[in-house]
Design a protein around this ligand. Structure first.
Ligand SMILES: [Zn+2]
Length: 288
């Protein structure tokens, strides 16, 4: 069974706003790197079922299609179609890229008004272009923080390894048209807020319904990859600014728990949507 068949989630948030999960395939990441500073004895048993012979975990590429009365927003684009067989093999990348995955879910990529990305790492910004090099979302403006566009083309050796810089260069003029700084409303009910932490210009995306029974959904990008990310101190080795991650996770998660926000995790394959509840000095992710 394809992973797209396994997770078919959507929700009405109120006031004509609807959110649907679209998984754009899966890839694999080193388990130790995903748990960063956390001792193996604490995480080993959480991943017994999914760890492979190369000590990697299965990571979904979770994207969200947000439909509002004011327009359509796609959150994240996954790895996309422009990877070589060598990279595909190295990353363990499998499944359906964002454009065909959207079509299979009944969404036309040509109707997307805004593409909002948490950050520009290869597994979030890879789907902006089709295999042919054309824009995958021809009508959309693409939104990331100004500081993220700046760091993505930095010449620091660690940065060069995290971003697919030749691909970023191809979309940088497109991105420049709608760079944002700090907290910005993209459309009524859809806003982004700069978080930093995982990357210099990482941002969270918040979708708010309106009217009676209105609900809010938050996408914390790679500050909320998997259920165990609910502990603010459990940061990945991929976080460039871990102290910032810990602090901002604490703030965002407190808000999400207090207001019962729905949370969509960026890389969780099986139970991507849930809520956070306080648990001693951390939070617990409870799937809905
Ligand atoms: Zn990621």
């Amino acid at each position: 069974m394809a992973i797209n068949d396994a997770v078919d989630w959507s929700a009405v948030l109120g006031g004509g706003t609807r959110v649907a999960l679209v998984q754009a395939g899966t890839f694999r990441s080193d388990a130790g790197a995903l748990f960063g500073p956390v001792p193996r004895i604490l995480w080993d048993r959480l991943v017994t079922d999914e760890i492979d012979h190369d000590h990697r975990l299965l990571q979904a590429l979770n994207c969200l299609m947000v439909e509002t009365p004011a327009g359509r927003v796609l959150i994240e684009t996954g790895i996309g179609e422009r990877v070589t067989d060598k990279v595909r093999e190295m990353r363990g990348y499998e499944g359906t890229p964002i454009v065909p995955a959207m079509r299979a879910a009944g969404f036309d990529p040509a109707t997307v008004d805004v593409v909002a990305m948490s950050h520009l790492h290869f597994d979030h910004a890879g789907g902006l272009l089709l295999a042919s090099g054309e824009k995958a979302f021809p009508r959309a403006r693409i939104v990331a923080q100004r500081s993220e566009w700046q760091i993505a083309l930095d010449d620091n050796a660690r940065i060069v390894a995290s971003y697919d810089q030749p691909e970023i260069r191809l979309v940088s003029a497109w991105g420049e048209e709608s760079q944002v700084e700090g907290e910005v409303t993209l459309l009524p009910g859809v806003s982004v807020v700069r978080t930093g932490g995982h990357s210099a210009g990482h941002q969270a995306i918040v979708v708010r319904g309106s009217g009676r029974g209105a609900r809010t959904l938050a996408f914390f990008g790679d500050l909320g990859m998997r259920p165990w990310s609910a502990n603010p101190r459990w940061v990945t080795a991929f976080d460039d600014f871990p102290l910032d991650s810990v602090a901002v996770k604490g703030e965002l998660f407190a808000r999400a728990a207090a207001d019962a926000w729905l949370i969509c995790l960026s890389h969780e394959p099986k139970t991507p949507v849930g809520r956070l509840t306080p648990d001693r000095d951390r939070y617990r992710f409870q799937p809905v």
